[in-house]
Write a protein that binds this ligand. Structure first.
Ligand SMILES: NC(=O)c1ccc[n+]([C@@H]2O[C@H](COP(=O)([O-])OP(=O)(O)OC[C@H]3O[C@@H](n4cnc5c(N)ncnc54)[C@H](O)[C@@H]3O)[C@@H](O)[C@H]2O)c1
Ligand SMILES: O=c1ccn([C@@H]2O[C@H](COP(=O)(O)OP(=O)(O)O[C@H]3O[C@H](CO)[C@@H](O)[C@H](O)[C@H]3O)[C@@H](O)[C@H]2O)c(=O)[nH]1
Length: 440
């Protein structure tokens, strides 16, 4: 099938390559020329394990191409939309990219002659967006399906090709819905053949599934981080606690890792956009729980500053602090709303000399030349002469650091384990003063 993908960022580039991987003839379209020229050359413009192989293989086979020319979408049967929906200053989603993509795409719709043409929305949007856009697409000769994406960065290819579930948000007209479902089922044929659950529902419910899933994950993380604060106050160990409560199958262990909290291009902005939309709908109070989850999450970042002050009794001014990690999570170079980066900024603003290192995001950070941050190529370089180290992103390269080696490099052996990922006993044995988040 001929498929277009509008928006080739973390979601779109991986989706385009994955659609080619399952046999489609795909054109990826984006307004960012630099990104398109990298992708067209088979080079990943961001770090995502396994992505470059799938990309380059399909570009080489001729099944996958990239362009900035939206008219290349003409004649495709399926058009995916995956442009960004970042946060506006009010917290609401910025819909300007979706709206301009729709404006650009609409004149090129209706050109597929072999059957039903569909537009498939994948961006995370405020509830009501699909209903607002559907008529416009129908007038242009295509049916809209809202098909939210649940991939995680770091596992993007696997999550796209082997998702936990597929959600189709469909128009109210049953004939239109049935025809569009058949087309999307054909696109996803090889994925659906694995037996994955495919759920059909109305547009609004599909849009709400996406933001509810991310909100639930955010609340789960903030819950354990709130309990971590009590563990700190009462002298408990949140890691042992999470292990125990997670054994209840109704709770489960996943997303119960306490630490410096959630960041990235999704969870923080999605809970704020969900709240903003709920308020527009007159139901803002219903989601007050998300305000609290956000507050607990940001508090986890500032707690690291308090812990650093406590550890370095003589103050932060002039102290050298090594921050291990800059990306919002390991196996990614994404620094959008990264807790690691915010903590680095807080420490620098408090007078510390901050040395930061990250296996993938480090090179990007070095180019940005951020004031007050010394970007180091290796952990050794960052740790040298440091008075304190903060584990901020649990890259394997950092969790496997030999504490005796770290002690030999540092001026003073202090460590804050911001991801509760280190062997506390081993670090203490090597002479470190250790503190985790809700764990000593
Ligand atoms: N990153 C993820 O893991 C992920 C997962 C699920 C859902 N989402 C959602 O998917 C959407 C995209 O997220 P992302 O992380 O890929 O963002 P991103 O910023 O990495 O990519 C967005 C891309 O859209 C392009 N773009 C903007 N306007 C355009 C236009 N008019 N025409 C063509 N291209 C245009 C940008 O140049 C950019 O390359 C968001 O709504 C996000 O919430 C992201
Ligand atoms: O127990 C945990 C689990 C995660 N995190 C943090 O939470 C953030 C988000 O992690 P994760 O959800 O794995 O990454 P994303 O790639 O942002 O994926 C989320 O956001 C995507 C975009 O909407 C969705 O598609 C995914 O399903 C959803 O997991 C990161 O900063 C993690 O460090 C924790 O602090 N503790």
């Amino acid at each position: 099938m001929r498929v277009s993908m509008i928006g080739c960022g973390y979601l779109g580039a991986v989706h385009a390559a994955s659609m080619a991987e399952i046999g489609h003839d795909v054109v990826g379209i984006d307004v960012d020329e630099g990104r398109i020229s990298a992708l067209a050359a088979g080079r990943a413009p961001f770090f995502e394990p396994g992505f470059e192989e799938v990309l380059s293989r399909n570009v080489a086979s001729g099944r996958l191409r990239f362009t900035t020319d939206i008219s290349a979408a003409e004649g495709c049967q399926v058009h995916f939309i995956g442009v960004g929906t970042p946060q506006t200053p009010s917290g609401a989603a910025d819909m300007t990219y979706v709206d301009s993509a729709v404006d650009a795409l609409a004149p090129h719709l209706g050109g597929f002659r072999g059957g039903v043409e569909i537009v498939v929305g994948k961006s995370t949007v405020p509830v009501g967006t699909a209903a607002r856009l559907a008529e416009r697409f129908e007038a242009a000769g295509a049916t809209l399906v809202w098909n939210p994406e649940f991939l995680r960065e770091g596992f993007a290819v696997k999550d796209t090709l082997e998702p936990d579930r597929m959600v189709y948000g469909l128009p109210a007209d049953p004939l239109r819905a049935e025809a569009a479902t058949a087309v999307l089922d054909e696109v996803y044929g090889p994925i659906l053949a694995t037996g994955v659950k495919r759920l059909t529902m109305d547009y609004a419910t599909a849009e709400l599934v996406k933001v509810s899933a991310n909100s639930f994950l955010a609340i789960k993380i903030s819950f354990i981080n709130a309990v971590a604060q009590i563990c700190d106050a009462a002298g408990g160990d949140v890691t042992a606690l999470a292990e125990a409560i997670g054994l209840d199958a109704r709770i489960g262990h996943r997303f119960l890792r306490a630490g410096i909290g959630f960041g990235g291009g999704c969870l923080p902005k999605d809970i704020r956009a969900f709240q903003a939309r709920a308020a527009e709908l007159g139901a803002g109070e219903a989601l007050a729980i998300l305000d609290e989850a956000d507050r607990v999450n940001l508090r986890a970042r500032s707690l690291v500053l308090d812990k650093a002050r406590q550890m370095l009794g003589d103050g932060l001014d002039g102290a050298r602090v090594a921050i291990l990690g800059a990306a919002f999570k390991p196996d990614s170079d994404d620094m959008r709303d990264s807790p690691a980066l915010e903590i680095a900024g807080l420490l620098a603003a408090a007078g510390a000399r901050v040395a930061i290192t990250d296996p993938q995001a480090g090179a990007i950070l070095a180019e940005q030349d951020r004031e007050g941050l010394e970007v180091c190529a290796t952990a050794d370089e960052a740790l040298r002469d440091a008075d304190l180290a903060v584990l901020a992103t649990e890259w394997r390269q950092f969790t496997s650091i030999d504490p005796a080696r770290a002690a030999s490099l540092m001026r003073r052996a202090n460590i804050i384990d911001g991801r509760n990922s280190l062997d506390a006993g081993a670090w203490k044995e090597a002479g470190f003063t250790y503190t985790g988040m809700g764990r000593r």
